[in-house]
Design a protein around this ligand. Structure first.
Ligand SMILES: [Ca+2]
Ligand SMILES: [Ca+2]
Ligand SMILES: [Ca+2]
Length: 189
């Protein structure tokens, strides 16, 4: 998935929990199928527009959030455009930029022993996550950790990285996915 044009320095989102992808369409991504994981039945309605801010141009509503489940309207992916995306109040809180993905030093004291040792070491664009399969812990399952209910079951999830490459990150074992997310976002799930 191509996610940032050369002149852009960061995803056009407002905070760590913002999953708005409407700014990508149609300027950077003209094919709406790109926003849909083939393992889902998600879809983008081309007739529903909203203005995110009064006075702004209308955008496709279904691109402004990711889908609630595998059958709902909305994109299939969420954005990890922030360092410390889901660490809560104690974590780092900075938008990822072309510059800081090359110099970021992990700050978050992970509660997982296998990730905690990375605090103080340096991140890289090839480790920093940008898009991932949408996962908000639907029906009491785990947020940002693959579960049977998620797009690819408990096997793992698709991730696009800040250097432009895409990988299926395995959650066999779960610790692998949690560590990769830590290195991708300076955050526990
Ligand atoms: Ca999110
Ligand atoms: Ca999530
Ligand atoms: Ca999950």
């Amino acid at each position: 998935m191509r996610t940032m044009a050369r002149k852009e320095t960061s995803p056009n989102i407002q905070h760590g929990g913002d999953d708005d992808q409407s700014w990508l369409y149609p300027k950077y991504i003209s094919n709406l199928k790109i926003f849909i994981c083939p393992s889902t039945q998600n879809f983008i309605r081309t007739t529903n527009f909203i203005r995110r801010i009064p006075g702004d141009d209308p955008v496709l509503k279904d691109l402004t959030e990711f889908a609630f489940d595998k059958k709902s309207p909305g994109t299939s992916y969420e954005i990890l455009g922030w360092w410390g995306n889901s660490s809560g109040l104690d974590g780092p809180d900075a938008q990822k930029t072309l510059s800081n993905v090359q110099s970021w030093v992990y700050q978050y004291p992970s509660s997982f022993s296998f990730a905690a040792g990375y605090k103080g070491t340096g991140a890289s664009p090839s480790q920093a996550w940008l898009f991932m399969d949408g996962d908000d812990g639907e029906q009491g399952t785990r947020n940002n950790i693959p579960d049977p209910i998620d797009h690819h079951g408990a096997d793992g999830g698709g991730v696009s990285f800040c250097d432009g490459h895409v990988e299926f990150v395995s959650s066999r074992p779960t610790s692998n996915y949690i560590l990769r997310l830590y290195l991708g976002a300076d955050s526990d799930p």
